[in-house]
Design a protein around this ligand. Sequence first.
Ligand SMILES: [Zn+2]
Length: 567
Amino acid sequence: MKTSFLFGKTTRETPSEAQIRSHQLMVRTSMIQSVASGIYSYMPLALRSMQKIEHIIREEIGNAGGQEVLLPTLHPVELWESTGRSEAFGDNLFRTKDRRNRGLVLAPTHEEVMTNLVKFNISSYRDLPIILYQIQTKFRDEPRPRAGLMRVREFDMKDAYSFDINSEGLDVSYQKMKQAYKNIFSRCGLSTIPVEADSGAIGGKDSQEFILPAESGEDLVLSCPNCEYAANVERAEGTIPSPPTQDQLPIKEVATPNQKTIPGLCKFLNIEPINTLKALFYTADGEIVFVVTRGDLEVNEIKLKNLLKVSDLRLANNTEVENKGLIAGSAGPMGIKNIKLVGDSSITKGSNFVIGANKHDFHLLNVNYERDFVVDILGDITKTEEGHGCPSCGGTLKEIRGIEVGHIFKLGTFFSEALGCLYLNDKGEQLPVHMGCYGIGVGRLLAAAIEQNHDDKGIIFPISIAPFHIHLVSLNTEKEEVVHQSNALYKDLTQTGYQVLYDDRAESPGVKLNDADLLGLPIRIITSNRNFNNDCAEVKLRNEKDSKIIPIKDISATIENILQTTG
Ligand SMILES: [Zn+2]
């Protein structure tokens, strides 16, 4: 492809709403163009990359036993109502009506339609297992589309679904897909970490996200440098630091005028948060509960919700707290009656804590669990943080910021039961199919790849997903013999089968080299006056600093060598 022919021009302008590098670089290289908030057109360069990603996905999902299908985007709303997901998706679901006033949705995902498809095409255990997938457009009415292709309202996604006779079969399909995902990301030249994730509203037992480490990512992961443990912050479990045990001292009341927060109290008494217990009040399914944790830790509301087995949980407001006769800011777990006390296991680790005295501007010193108070429910309800211990090996957990580029998920029998996707076992009994689902957003993967692979000059494309392998840059286009040499080299490389972007424009060398850095194709070949006489060209890799002068006749072999060693 000649640059003079390529649709879309590079620009020096960075749109003000482009906050992250991938967004800026994709706009500046004319890969994408915004149509409306969270809606983009893909230009030739982006589409070439995305088609390469899709090709890798098709090969790997195919190797894992997946068969490609294509389902519709328009779904009857009744199908979504039958699983309760019309309500669960709420405003995120694009809804429309046909001319006969029948409700339709623009699909944000395809579990319902896929389950129905399988339901009408299987009857016995002999028909299973099945893995089906598609690469297709999804619609989600995100409240805040942002960050270029990271959070959009219309996007292409590979979604795969597995169907097995039981949970053991599902385990096998899940492992196959996990391996396929690892292969896909590594073939795209990207390093990702598989992490344990929260399985959300649909109660699957396993769920993993593939996180691509990047500074701009909005996902936080705690990972162990010593072993393979890695989990989403919401889900992570770790061992908390334990202060050395001391002899238990007698309780003493102290005046603490206007000290209503842990930092203020610690400063006032010259102690550390780890020496305090803090009190929080929640309403859990309408009931006020008193939550007590060590002062250095934060409540993880997902863990608290799971421990209490409630569906609705929120912090109680001041009126609700006062109505219970409690004094926010000076509340403590001693002598509390008629309210459920929930304690984090951290309150048993440490001694001689400072707690609120349940009277204005007073605290108690030297309070100890069991000697002075007990709770009704004790469990792990605090956030695991960087520096806490790894639950598998005891190593020190490290926090990593990243972008979710894939999610695999055991659905179990939720959809098959709701939609009646059943099979007959070898005894003639009718049983629900066990399902898994597996997603990769194609555009987001491309954006994440750029987020992970760039420098201050531009993109550094991994070779397997670069729109072209080679950027042939012809300087000195005013010299007919250089143009002639460049044209011949372009023809030769293209005929050999390389994908070449040939910058044939009559621009200055500075503009052309800057553009080449900006687009970041893996191999750059420069033809110029300087190397014309000895029949050479300059070859440089985008991710290396130095270039080499190579005789034109050896260029093809050099490229072949580079492609073989870099995959
Ligand atoms: Zn570990």
